[in-house]
Design a protein around this ligand. Structure first.
Ligand SMILES: [Zn+2]
Length: 294
């Protein structure tokens, strides 16, 4: 190996190892108080909601297994009460990865029927199956209410949105909404067509959540910082605009590749930086096309 190649290899090694370190050890769990008893926890992966009070700890989503002890420590700072319930907003690993650990800490896991099915039947990335402790114990097909810590928490399913098992949660007294991944703040959302997601269901999900909330509602998005109704409305406008733009191309007889390559379809929102490393604008145009013309 020539010296310059050696140097390059070393440099790549250094860059990738620092990137890896950032992705594992250096994650900090930040806590934001949204009401007397409801908090938002931000770390790596889907945002976490926490309700604390006399009845115990109630958690929404749990990011990755390797972060469980950090998440537990952050929650223990808010309450010494036992972990009671954990709701999964959907089955993706960045929202359910800590399930087994949270179960061991005492939480009873609750989710939509399809979350149970997908967690039980789909192998993990390393091809292993999840243990029983990582699966929901209570499942529902439409709606569920939890009466905990002085308020009713309405949990409701939306059909074929981000996946086929999405649930949104509304804290009726705290006036806090957890959207799960039916909302990526200021970003093109991931719509998991392979897990039953669809652009039309996604738009419907946002509309049905908007009916429940008002201008003072604090919104925990699946990804991104704390949000509000006005921002959720502009996210909806983005979805409806781009859906209409792609439909217009389909009506002109354009193919999936033509739509994927035509950056003018998304230009307005591309300029507002809605694209990101996982969902770039081409991928988002392709997703909408596939969803409208499977
Ligand atoms: Zn997701």
């Amino acid at each position: 190996m020539t010296p310059s190649k050696k140097l390059l290899k070393l440099l790549i090694l250094l860059i990738s190892s620092s990137f890896y370190a950032q992705n594992t050890n250096e994650v900090i769990i930040e806590t934001f108080q949204l009401s007397n008893n409801v908090y938002m926890l931000v770390g790596q992966g889907g945002n976490i909601g926490v309700s604390v009070g006399d009845d115990g700890v109630f958690i929404i989503d749990d990011q990755f297994a390797r972060l469980s002890s950090k998440i537990e420590a952050a929650i223990k700072k808010l309450s010494a009460k036992p972990f009671q319930f954990l709701v999964n907003t959907h089955w993706h690993g960045d929202h359910t990865g800590g399930n087994e650990n949270m179960h061991k800490l005492g939480a009873t896991i609750i989710a939509h029927d399809n979350v149970y099915k997908r967690l039980k039947e789909t192998p993990k990335r390393d091809k292993s199956m999840r243990p029983k402790a990582a699966l929901p114990v209570i499942t529902f097909n439409d709606k569920l209410n939890i009466h905990i810590n002085g308020e009713q928490v309405a949990i409701f399913h939306v059909n074929n949105a981000h996946t086929d098992g999405d649930a949104l949660l509304y804290f009726t007294e705290s006036n806090v909404l957890h959207t799960g991944d039916t909302y990526f703040k200021n970003r093109y959302p991931y719509i998991d067509l392979n897990s039953g997601g669809s652009i039309d269901g996604y738009i419907k999900a946002v509309k049905s959540a908007l009916i429940l909330i008002d201008d003072d509602t604090k919104i925990i998005p699946g990804h991104g910082s704390l949000s509000n109704k006005a921002e959720y409305l502009s996210f909806l406008k983005m979805l409806e605009t781009l859906r209409a733009n792609v439909q217009a191309e389909i009506d002109l007889g354009k193919t999936e590749d033509e739509v994927a390559k035509n950056s003018s379809i998304t230009k307005y929102y591309d300029d507002l930086n809605y694209h990101w490393n996982f969902i770039n604008s081409e991928k988002f145009r392709r997703t909408i096309y596939k969803s409208l013309k499977p």
